[in-house]
Design a protein around this ligand. Structure first.
Ligand SMILES: [Zn+2]
Length: 815
């Protein structure tokens, strides 16, 4: 199926303008399909020809200005339209299929109560799977939705929803929206409503999550209100979409989607078990991120996907900023620990691209660029811009941008023009090196006779605004130079001082230390008082391992010495990385790996002892302990409720982590997984059970998981992800060895029966990441040499092969 190209989108936008969408859905036609009738009013260049995007199960009729079109001309989800008039009305009647992959109109039966839950995800190009449309970001129009459904359902969408009579609803967006924002949420959802500043608020989840939603709704509504106030203060434009609904929906691929007036979130944000402070912070940041989009993306939308950063980099930056300003969370620590690490990895791969103007020639390529560069790097660069412009100019430019382009589309040049008009100078050069050039610089310190000099190397001539700080051996700060513009800069520092070139974690760069500095880091890193300084070093450590500059054993020593006392986001991130990447991939299998795993279990055990009973820190440590422990009997006792550490509640989610670990160890069989599923007969339980089965160390379990991943077109996306995550277990490489060859033979064909997000995601998760060998690399190169690979599969293999290449280089150097 061809993706819409940028050229095609430009041609269509030159020919037509859409006036209104009127979509009528009949959701009472059974379990598999629904009725969809779309009426589109649009103006056009008379006599021109174009096409409408529609992906039906069956196309019943299409009428253009009262004239029947030949429905058999539909091909590759495009229906040709010819002989257009100046004013047109197109009516498309179709039967469409519900999806199970989180895109189009997704339908899930909740195993807890057998009831059906629906939501629509139109992003990135899945709108035509539930209504006919001109599916590109710059053809905006008001969107009216009429819905027939069971009488006990709730319906939500891109504007206030009106129940005309039981089972009949109408939802109308108050302003024009892009097709990729169109949504509906429908089913017997449980709701909690509120109000803030005249805006009606609602949070919604499946009925079986009602208790959890009721418990969490006050916190969700509280941060929602705070964030609305802060965005109003920053932007000076009232929230534009009437009501603000936040629906937590099943099988959701992304963290959330910013549909105007009706944001959809992954439902794991409705906590049904105990969570850590980090998870509460992540939810708050996501809520703020999606709210930022109500202006950045929804009010003003990028013209084409190559300006994706206008949406995501800003929402990412503003989400963290607003959360930092209005809550007790420390979101910038999380940003460094998780998001920047994600982006650094992406920016060093062969698939890297500039933040702005990613060059996406079609929608398939654009989807691949929803990565750590568009989010994390973009946000980090915007922090640099804020330091350069000052907040007043930054915000004045944004306000002008919103006012000038409200309810329309804009480009990179429009935003630069808005800042320039607000007083920014020489922005073009800055934008060229930071936004239009890919890759990251390296910052390195050289010591000389009581001074330390920070040098920058990199391809573009980038100014870095950083805080340089020097610390003595007990971790006391000797010198700090805030707001320094590199390069090079010299500060006074004793030769024994630890000098950090970016002590506030403000910029986007690799900090390079020599081996001697790394050898001292196990002592010195834990003594640094500021978590942002430690984040900068922990990121440097992960990059040094990936560059084969730091032996994995030494990195493990530093982790072992430093993480027990870390804040929970760093503890969780680093123990997870150490186990999955350092031990699971960089260390060869055998005695060294087993010993390293035991050491990590010991680290987690010490952290558990140090944490207050019942605290989030204790929970984080317990999860890490379970992941590394091989003490099967002790873990079984946790499940039995006889020996868990004091204060630790072994609730549903923690039980599944334990069951998964026991499965991987071969300490339980399939019947124990089934018993756990009987105990927790929920949608979440079914996904966990699938993951646990895939981890069982038996040929039968692996064969069954593989068969589903490679051939089943109907299984839900979440189950596929759980299978992929469990399959290539670090300690089961003998068992999984036959699947290396099979992966490359079988994965390309999965794009033939799956579509969208799930294709690339499964290709990434099912990649033989633990088969670290030349052979796997060679097979990767061979399959990439073909030119008929799906773009999502291709991107996943390019990226996974690069990770594998780095691990192999490290093994070859340090083995
Ligand atoms: Zn976003």
């Amino acid at each position: 199926m061809p993706s819409l190209t940028h050229d095609e989108a430009q041609r269509r936008a030159n020919l037509i303008q859409v006036t209104a969408y009127d979509v009528s859905l009949d959701l009472t036609k059974g379990d598999e399909t629904f009725g969809s009738t779309t009426t589109i009013r649009f103006t056009a260049t008379p006599d021109a020809a174009t096409f409408v995007d529609v992906a039906p199960r069956e196309l019943h009729a299409a009428r253009l200005n009262g004239r029947d079109l030949d429905v058999t001309t539909l091909a590759d989800r495009r229906l040709p339209l010819t002989a257009l008039a100046a004013d047109n009305e197109l009516v498309v009647e179709a039967t469409m299929a519900y999806s199970h992959d989180g895109e189009g109109l997704h339908r899930q039966i909740d195993p807890a109560d057998g009831r059906a839950y629906l939501y629509a995800m139109s992003f990135l190009d899945a709108g035509p799977r539930w209504f006919a449309g001109f599916d590109q970001p710059d053809l905006k129009a008001p969107f009216r939705l009429s819905v027939t459904c069971p009488p006990d359902w709730t319906v939500l969408g891109n504007g206030p929803a009106q129940q005309l009579r039981p089972g009949h609803w109408r939802v109308e967006s108050q302003h024009p929206i892009s097709t990729y924002f169109a949504t509906i949420v429908a089913g017997p959802y449980h709701s909690v409503v509120g109000e803030h500043d005249g805006i009606r608020l609602g949070v919604h989840a499946r009925a079986s999550l009602a208790r959890a939603l009721d418990a969490e709704a006050p916190e969700i509504l509280d941060v929602t209100a705070k964030f609305l106030d802060e965005f109003h203060r920053l932007f000076g434009i009232p929230y534009p979409w009437g009501e603000y609904h936040q629906a937590f929906v099943p099988d959701f691929n992304a963290g959330a989607m910013e549909n105007p007036g009706c944001v959809t979130f992954r439902e794991s944000f409705v906590f049904r078990s105990r969570v850590t402070a980090t998870e509460r912070a992540r939810r708050a940041i996501t809520i703020a991120h999606e709210m930022a989009h109500q202006w950045f993306g929804n009010l003003v939308t990028m013209r084409w996907w190559d300006d994706l950063w206008l949406n995501e980099s800003f929402a990412e930056y503003l989400g963290y900023r607003v959360c930092d300003a209005t809550t007790d969370h420390r979101p910038w620590v999380e940003f460094g620990a998780k998001r920047k690490a994600w982006g650094y990895t992406a920016d060093r791969r062969p698939s890297t691209h500039p933040v702005a103007g990613n060059g996406a020639a079609d929608t398939g390529k654009a989807l691949s660029d929803f990565d750590g560069i568009s989010y994390a790097k973009g946000a980090a660069v915007l922090r640099q811009l804020a330091l350069r412009l000052g907040d007043d100019t930054l915000l004045a430019g944004l306000r002008e941008y919103f006012h000038t382009h409200a309810y329309g589309n804009a480009t990179f040049a429009d935003l630069i023009a808005a800042w320039t008009s607000a007083g920014a100078q020489d922005l073009d050069k800055w934008a060229t090196v930071w936004l239009r050039t890919s890759g990251l610089d390296t910052l390195r310190v050289s010591a000389d006779d009581g001074t330390a000099t920070v040098h920058r190397t990199g391809e573009a001539d980038r100014p870095h605004a950083v805080s340089i700080a020097a610390f003595d051996e007990p971790g006391r700060e000797l010198v700090r130079r805030p707001g320094v513009l590199l390069d090079p800069v010299t500060v006074p520092a004793a030769d024994s001082a630890l000098v950090l070139p970016d002590a506030g974690d403000d910029t986007w760069a690799k900090l390079a230390f020599d081996l001697h500095a790394w050898q001292q880091m196990a002592d010195r890193l834990p003594r640094l008082p500021d978590p942002l300084a430690r984040v900068a070093v922990w990121n440097a450590l992960r990059l040094a391992v990936a560059d084969a500059e730091l032996p994995p054993e030494l990195a493990l020593d530093i982790v072992e010495a430093g993480v027990v006392s870390e804040v929970d986001v760093l503890f969780t991130t680093l123990t997870g990385w150490a186990l999955d990447t350092l031990v699971g991939v960089y260390l060869p299998s055998g005695a060294a790996r087993a010993e390293a795993t035991r050491r990590l279990a010991g680290v987690a055990e010490r952290a558990m002892s140090a944490a207050a009973p019942g605290s989030g820190e204790q929970l984080a440590a317990a999860r890490a302990y379970v992941a590394a422990s091989d003490a099967a009997d002790g873990l079984r006792d946790w499940l039995a409720g006889t020996s868990a550490p004091e204060g630790l509640v072994v609730d549903d989610e923690l039980r599944w982590i334990v069951v998964g670990r026991l499965a991987a160890l071969g300490a339980i069989d399939e019947s124990a997984i089934e018993a756990e599923l009987t105990r927790d007969h929920s949608a979440q339980g079914e996904v966990h059970a699938a993951g646990c089965r895939a981890m069982l160390p038996s040929a039968e379990a692996k064969a069954a998981a593989w068969q589903t991943m490679m051939t089943d077109p109907n299984v839900s996306n979440y189950e596929l992800y759980a299978l992929g995550a469990g399959f290539w277990h670090r300690d089961q490489t003998d068992l999984t060895a036959p699947y290396v060859e099979r992966y490359f033979a079988e994965i390309p064909a999965t794009a033939g029966f799956r579509q969208g997000w799930v294709v690339g995601e499964v290709a990434e998760l099912a990649y033989p990441r633990t088969a670290v060998s030349r052979d796997t690399l060679d097979r990767s190169a061979a399959v990439l040499a073909g030119d008929d690979l799906d773009s999502g599969v291709r991107r996943s293999i390019v990226d996974a092969a690069d990770d594998l290449r780095r691990a192999l280089a490290s093994r070859e150097k340090f083995a």
